[in-house]
Ligand binder design. Structure first.
Ligand code: CLF
Ligand code: SF4
Length: 300
């Protein structure tokens, strides 16, 4: 809420004041761009359609053009030079940023070397987060989003049928247990190191809607800065989901009631626009066409 925000310590205020997702105020003035360098994923979400961008931080039905790190670095520097409001570069798919660590870190490192002023932001399902926390901190990544849909394996297994763990697929409750424990451990490690953590949760009626208030309370206790409850988007026009066929979306009223219920315990994000993995511009604005791969390759 507004009162809480104005009471933030100065070092946190400094980190959010020009980040369009972490500050409601900042999204009127500053832009972000996403670099779609991460095609692979290491878990399965029932609401995911692999033909499209990761649904943990984007709207289904969108196919982003995958870039190589060199192309992505060039794109970031080009966009930063032509859009003065562009303060943040994020990696949010089209798969999972940390399921593609070589590509993700090569991209961040290249940007860091050439433009130390750009904020680096990352979004992940959290499965591989703990092992990468120190590298993220070393690069000065100050903002990490973890998608946490449950803290209860019984519920988690209904959303995430398997995870890829130690080179094999782990299914059901055991897989969900691993995912939840890696997410919570990653969250704790980031908070300990002073990284601001946003938690995204996909609200799925009848599956985790009654559970998300508890998730919100838990991640707040552990020091997450912001909670973003996103509605499941299930448009049949976007093809068949892996699972959850026929699953309905939450209504606007259900979504805002849940956000209100969480609000007392937590800073809630209400201005998320569910961006694509190659979004460029102010939130809700899409200038990605102007910076397409064809144009980048002409320059390179
Ligand atoms: Fe991108 Fe996400 Fe960073 Fe923002 S988006 S990686 S935190 S720079 Fe923002 Fe877009 Fe919502 Fe994400 S509006 S989908 S919350
Ligand atoms: Fe799909 Fe889930 Fe992987 Fe995102 S994290 S790409 S939604 S399976």
């Amino acid at each position: 809420s507004h009162g809480r925000k104005s009471g933030l310590p100065a070092h946190i205020q400094a980190k959010i004041q020009d980040h369009p997702c972490y500050s409601e105020e900042a999204h009127h003035h500053f832009a972000r761009m996403h670099l779609a360098v991460a095609p692979a994923c290491n878990i399965q979400c029932h609401y995911c359609n692999r033909k499209y961008d990761c649904a943990n931080e984007s709207r289904p039905g969108v196919v982003s053009e995958v870039l190589k790190p060199a192309q992505a670095i060039h794109k970031a520097l080009t966009v930063a030079a032509s859009i003065p409001e562009m303060t943040v570069v994020g990696i949010a798919g089209p798969g999972d940023a940390l399921a593609n660590p070589t590509r993700t870190f090569a991209t961040f490192r290249g940007i860091r070397e050439q433009d130390p002023g750009i904020k680096l932001c990352l979004s992940t399902n959290g499965l591989s987060l703990p092992q990468h926390v120190d590298d993220l901190v070393a690069l000065g990544v100050d903002h990490v989003t973890i998608t946490i849909n449950s803290i209860d394996p019984e519920i988690g297994a209904r959303i995430h049928p398997w995870v890829l763990w130690e080179r094999r697929r782990v299914f059901g409750l055991e897989g969900a247990r691993i995912l939840i424990s890696q997410q919570q451990k990653g969250l704790e490690m980031l908070v300990e190191r002073g990284v601001l953590v946003k938690v995204n949760s996909v609200m799925i009626p009848g599956i985790n809607d009654h559970h998300l208030k508890e998730v919100s309370r838990r991640v707040k206790e552990k020091g997450a800065f912001l909670h973003n409850v996103m509605p499941l988007i299930s448009d049949p026009a976007h093809g068949t989901y892996f699972g959850l066929n026929g699953q309905r979306e939450p209504t606007e009223a259900e979504l805002s009631a849940l956000r209100d219920a969480c609000e007392g315990d937590m800073n809630m994000m209400r201005h998320c626009r569910q961006c694509r993995a190659d979004a460029v511009g102010m939130l809700g604005e899409d200038r990605s066409e102007a910076f397409s791969l064809a144009r980048i390759d002409q320059d390179l």
